[in-house]
Design a protein around this ligand. Structure first.
Ligand code: SF4
Length: 103
């Protein structure tokens, strides 16, 4: 079956969003961390994350999943020695070394 390119257009004739088009920005409430940017501070997750869930299990107060990108991000920098230790464990145990720490 041959697909006519115009068959992929939306009902109003405008092109539908495709993989090469920018994602729509989801509205966020003011208290939500922005998963697309690094939370200022020492710990971060780079784009080599394979979404294995280990850091979110190890330091649930500090790491969360970005469902759009299917990877973890730092939602909050550690605020106690316990959280610091949990983040350090996540950094050491991440199977692809996607977690980094500045300083
Ligand atoms: S442990 Fe590493 S690979 Fe696994 S979800 Fe966290 S950052 Fe991603």
């Amino acid at each position: 079956m041959v697909v006519n390119p115009t068959d992929r257009d939306g009902p109003d004739g405008s092109p539908r969003a495709g993989p090469d088009q920018p994602r729509a920005t989801r509205p966020r409430t003011p208290d939500m961390a922005d998963p697309t940017s690094k939370v200022p501070g020492r710990f971060y997750v780079d784009d080599t994350c394979i979404d294995c869930d280990l850091c979110r299990e190890t330091a649930p107060e500090n790491f969360r999943r970005n469902d759009e990108d299917r990877r973890s991000f730092v939602t909050r920098q550690p605020a106690s020695p316990e959280e610091e230790a949990a983040c350090e464990s996540a950094l050491l145990e991440c199977p692809v070394e996607a977690i980094g720490r500045d300083g």
